[in-house]
Design a binder for this molecule. Structure first.
Ligand code: 3PG
Ligand code: CO
Length: 501
């Protein structure tokens, strides 16, 4: 039907490299005081925009244009890099899960039938990010699944929550917990023993990615599986309210907690015979936990007790590792990606970022597939990220090092395509720290310069783009675009991505 062979490009100079630079979280928005890209000194990006208007354009990076369910969905790195790497738009996890829930097909597949076998004598555990951010998960999907599973025989359900504050406003965790506890109360009235069992902030508990910091996953394991955490509460609402009362508290970083009964025992450790579903649809921040839950041989941390469970993911998160082996919804089949075409045509690729975005230009770029297509033609370089810090304290991140690696790769003559992700606008934008984000944007701009200078030196071509917006708008706005104020008259910082092109 199709051919892997690529014809020569009419314009690309033969034997000259093409650099692809993805500025993570870098969008176009009104130039005001909350637009960190505007405030920052970004002479290189400014000159690209102003110097060659015929080569500069806006592209949509959110909503249906990138395969998300609706145009209210902000863009994100997974869908952005999937689309960039494949050159095509696929219905993404969020949408596929919506469809499977709406049609009821989710309850007919192998994955659900497998976990259902635990319903008679075991507990169903649902582990997930609790918000309506739509990047990794959405609250309404949990609500539907709770209903659907209980109608199909789940008698004892434990939800392990991860508070957000990154894809949604900081502080919104309290409202989401309230909603969920109400839903669980309604299930209890129907005779189902349904409770929140544990929790913690997503960036401190469970949702690390690309193996940056296994301690994050271990903290989650201890709370969710072992039922052990430094904080114990009678209810999740009490937990988030109390933990948020600390002056520096932040939904993204709440410490792990477990819910205990009157005698002080955890209400929901994972035990032999239970079923566990990690119900985020997005892969990157579930893969590490999936490995801990699924692999018999696992040495990243001491699991202490490894219960015999039936485990399924919402989706299969890694197509190459086939991880997890059981899942409720089939992931998008992102095949024939550009990376695969390149190796099949003998074109040599170099890809680089720092740990927290490394998988974006490899795993996501290649259609949620880990590893190389052809190791003889590809080189992937990961620069270790700082771990255990929030990136507003080191906003330049590893931009310079990434740029230097890219420069060396370009000048080496060993590669035809050199692609990088510069994380600054996104990772620092997510902290909500405006001053630091300005520093971040400047650092990214300087990195772009190093790469473009090298391309020019060898007579190559560059494409500078972004996966979605973030740093260009740091405040929550009303419909007419004015900053929304909170009860005390302060602005509401926007830590999330945006709908901007
Ligand atoms: C995250 O996982 O850090 C955020 O939820 C989304 O950010 P990303 O899509 O830029 O990775
Ligand atoms: Co982001």
């Amino acid at each position: 039907e199709f051919s892997w062979t690529l014809p020569d490009h009419p314009k690309l100079p033969k034997g000259k490299p093409v650099a692809v630079v993805v500025l993570d979280g870098w969008g176009e928005a009104n130039p005001d005081e909350y637009n960190c890209i505007h405030i920052a000194q970004t002479p290189v990006m400014d000159s690209l925009k102003n110097g060659a208007p015929e080569k500069w354009r806006l592209v949509k990076a959110h909503g249906t244009a990138v395969g998300l369910p609706s145009d209210d969905d902000m863009g994100n790195s997974e869908v952005g890099h999937n689309a960039l790497g494949a050159g095509r738009i696929f219905a993404q996890g969020a949408k596929l899960v919506d469809q499977a829930l709406a049609s009821g097909k989710i309850y007919e597949g192998d994955g659900f039938n497998y976990i259902k076998e635990s319903f008679e004598n075991g507990t169903l555990h649902l582990i997930r990010l609790l918000s309506d951010g739509g990047v990794h998960s959405r609250l309404d999907q949990l609500q539907l699944l709770l209903k659907g599973a209980s109608e199909r025989g789940a008698k004892r359900i434990r939800v392990h929550i991860l508070t957000d504050g990154r894809d949604v406003l900081d502080g919104s965790s309290v409202g989401f917990v309230e909603t969920l506890e109400n839903d669980l109360l309604q299930l209890q009235e129907k005779g189902i023993d349904a409770r929140i069992a544990s929790g913690g902030g997503r960036m401190y508990v469970t949702m690390d990615r690309y193996e940056n910091d296994w301690d994050v996953v271990k903290r989650g394991w201890d709370a969710q599986v072992l039922g052990e955490a430094p904080y114990k509460f009678k209810s999740a609402l009490e937990a988030v309210k109390t933990l948020r009362a600390e002056p520096s508290a932040n939904d993204q970083y709440l410490p792990p907690f477990v819910i205990v009964d009157d005698s002080g025992s955890a209400v929901g450790p994972v035990l032999d015979g239970d079923a566990v579903v990690t119900i985020n649809f997005r892969a990157d921040r579930m893969v590490m936990l999936a490995k801990a839950l699924e692999y018999a041989d696992f040495d990243k941390f001491d699991r202490v007790r490894v219960p015999k469970i039936r485990y399924a993911g919402m989706l299969q998160y890694d197509g190459e590792l086939k991880l997890p082996s059981r899942y409720l919804v089939s992931p998008p089949e992102i095949e024939r990606t550009s990376g695969e075409y390149l190796v099949k045509n003998g074109i040599r690729t170099f890809a680089c970022s720092e740990t927290v975005k490394f998988g974006h230009v490899t795993f996501f770029w290649n259609g949620n597939r880990s590893g190389y297509f052809d190791e003889t033609k590809e080189e992937y370089v990961e620069i270790p990220s700082d771990s255990g810090i929030t990136f507003n304290v080191a906003p330049k991140m590893k931009a310079l090092q990434i740029a230097e690696k890219a420069r060396d790769a370009i000048l080496s003559g060993k590669f035809d395509q050199v692609r990088v992700n510069l994380p600054n606008g996104d990772m620092v934008g997510h902290t909500g720290d405006i001053e630091a984000t300005v520093v971040a944007c400047k650092a990214a701009d300087e990195a772009v310069k190093i790469i473009l200078d090298a391309v020019e030196q060898v007579g190559g071509i560059y494409l500078v783009t972004a996966d979605h917006g973030n740093a260009e708008d740091m405040v929550k706005r009303n419909k007419s675009g004015k900053p929304l104020l909170d009860k005390s008259g302060g602005i509401q910082i926007l830590t999330s991505h945006t709908l901007q092109p």
